[in-house]
Ligand binder design. Sequence first.
Ligand code: GLU
Length: 303
Amino acid sequence: MKQTRKFMSLSLVMMMVLLALAACGKNTAGTNAGGSSAAPTATPTATPAASVAPSASPSGGTTASGAKLEEIKKRGKLVAGVKFDTKLFGLKDPITNKVEGFDIDIAKALAKKIFGDESKLELKEVTSQTRIPMLNNGDIDMIIATMTINEERKQQVDFTDVYFKAGQSLLVKKGSPIKSIADVKKGTKVLGAKGSTSVKNIKEKAPECEVLEFANYQDAFTALKAGQGDVLTTDNAILYGMMKQDPNYVVVGDNFTDEPYGIAIKKGQTEFVTYVNAFLKEIKDNGTYDKTYEQWIGEKPKK
Ligand code: GLU
């Protein structure tokens, strides 16, 4: 009898130890998954495993007035979807792990407006292809990521007013015979990013060329440098960033599209769009916008 009791209590202790170990394992996995959203090489379909906070707003388009802003304030930080691969707009330094650029400074200024503190901001990496699904999944509060406002996207998300005016252009190796869009012909290999307007536009403007699509802009640029294509196409401002990274590459020809950038917000949060529009007007009026523009783009913004 004594023996049986001893055996039973021993197995109980063992079971508890096993349970505790299992719980530990789960915690570790959860933390890693949450942290992985910052990986600069996210695949187009990847979304961070852990969302920031359970959404307080009701699902669909029935969000009460101002509910989104309240949710952000309660959480204590703004979660912005930004590029990690785009010099001048949002680029993650692999050594310091800092993400910097024009879009990042806009996000910081908005965090400052909401909290009085620009550091109350979490930056999550999006690519051209992952940004809309991540917004609509509730992983991020907004997209500030070189995103063109267009009719097709307006079916899926709402946009603020235009905060940056870009246009599509071409990047080639110095000395390339390609001087403008007219030289992009049958047999020309054009590199671009999946989910961007750039790849769609080039297929319309030069339907005979061959388009190779990459998960992000650094991969596309690496491919250009490796000779996998003749030309890389996207917005001029993004291409200027690449020129800065490697002066052996130059932007050629005029812009052949208009790419007005907007901040994307999940549908049904019209009060929040109004709030962000008021913020954009405020930073334009108080000089913050021009200062940021000159810092990253190096010239005065075109009015
Ligand atoms: N502005 C274009 C777009 O929204 C190209 C830049 C990008 O891929 O983010 O698709």
